[in-house]
Ligand binder design. Structure first.
Ligand code: NAD
Ligand code: UDP
Length: 327
């Protein structure tokens, strides 16, 4: 039997986890996906179940994690990630970032595996400087609605660094900025699926506040490449991976309206509490250390993503028609 490297990917049925499974399968790893399906969907990885070098464990990583056999790498991507999700399940979000990370650090230590954790630009909170370099400590409200996510991720970084320093564990920390692409959930509340869903349903696009807040959107393939390089580098400090092409949410809505050709309008709803006013990664380190920078422009990435959502909506409509027909 071939001596493949073995990698555990938590959050495997989610948006990013499923793309990471695909990438490591392509690189000929043995991939062990783990997920409790709280926000994920097995459809994202069902194409992998037939492969010999893929296995799936339905498990909540906030409880003790057992994986038989050797492990070379662990990617910890399990966590609710959209504001809608983590506001609905705040305690599980805190637990997976803290207890879940602790379990995976223990597993990595026992297996002598290298662990990469998925951190986030949210560790910078509502940042006072723009763009955000890794040295910036952030401006976070621990008891605001986003605190359950932001502080779980900050604790996750702290405990990962502690295992690295005190146990000599091989660790990597990626700070991911807003990422988009196929397999996002149409109803996960994040701005891109929200806007595309509204446009496709012929509804007005719901912009929060006056839309002057900014984000910088990275296409998923670029992110996966950055993570792959970081995992195989020898850099153990936090690293930003994201696309520095910054845009206001109003302009972003206008782009989606133009792209979908649906002629919808933008309407303004109240801005949620602690919504960051600006967000843009400083990727100087990723460029210098990983020789990485994003390659996919927003117009290219949005076209691919729109086609995915169109196909998904058509499939769902066909299912609905079929169900009606069979009643
Ligand atoms: P997602 O919700 O699509 O995927 C998360 C997956 O984790 C889901 O499949 C969910 O079922 C699983 N999960 C949650 N809690 C679990 C638990 N206790 N045990 C096992 N599985 C569990 O979200 P995503 O966008 O793919 O995000 C993945 C990771 O990347 C998260 O850690 C998130 O914080 C981080 N991140 C994502 C973005 C982004 O733009 N997508 C930005 C910053 C950070
Ligand atoms: N947003 C919006 N309309 C929506 C969803 C989100 O205007 O239907 C805004 C939100 O207030 C934020 C930005 O879009 O300023 C990005 O929100 P998202 O939830 O995608 O991610 P965040 O970066 O805030 O975690």
């Amino acid at each position: 039997m071939k001596n493949r490297k073995r990698i555990l990917i938590t959050g495997a049925a989610g948006f990013l986890g499923s793309h990471l499974c695909d990438r490591f399968i392509t690189e000929d790893y043995h991939v062990i996906g783990m997920d409790n399906l709280i926000t994920g969907d097995l459809q994202n990885i069902e194409h992998l179940f037939k492969l010999q070098n893929f296995e799936f464990h339905h498990h909540d990583v906030s409880t003790f994690v057992y994986v038989p056999g050797d492990l070379d790498f662990i990617l910890h991507f399990a966590s609710p990630a959209s504001p809608i999700d983590y506001l609905k399940i705040p305690i599980q979000t805190l637990k997976v970032g803290s207890l879940g990370t602790h379990n995976l650090l223990g597993l990595a230590r026992a297996k002598k595996a290298r662990l990469l954790i998925a951190s986030t630009s949210e560790v910078y909170g509502d940042p006072n400087i723009n763009p955000q370099p890794e040295e910036y400590w952030g401006n976070v409200n621990p008891v605001g609605p986003r605190g359950v996510y932001d502080e779980a991720k900050r604790f996750q970084e702290a405990i990962t660094m502690a295992y690295h320093t005190f146990h000599g564990l091989e660790t990597r920390i990626v700070r991911i900025f807003n990422t988009y692409g196929p397999r996002m959930r149409l109803n996960d509340g994040r701005v891109l699926p929200a806007f595309i869903g509204e446009a496709l349903r012929g509804e007005p696009l719901t912009m929060f506040g006056d839309g002057s807040q900014t984000r910088s959107f990275c296409y998923v393939d670029d992110l996966v490449e950055g993570i792959y390089r970081l995992l195989h580098s020898d850099y153990s400090q936090p690293m930003n991976i994201g696309n520095p092409d910054e845009i206001t949410i109003k302009e972003f809505g206008e782009e989606i309206i133009k792209l979908t050709g649906t002629g919808q309008k933008l309407i303004s709803l109240p801005l949620p509490q602690d919504d960051p006013k600006q967000r843009r990664p400083d990727i100087t380190k990723a460029k210098a250390i990983l020789d990485w920078e994003p390659k996919v422009s927003r117009s290219e990435g949005l076209k691919i993503t729109l086609n995915y959502f169109k196909a998904l909506t058509e499939r769902e409509l066909i299912h609905k028609d079929f169900a009606l027909f069979n009643r």
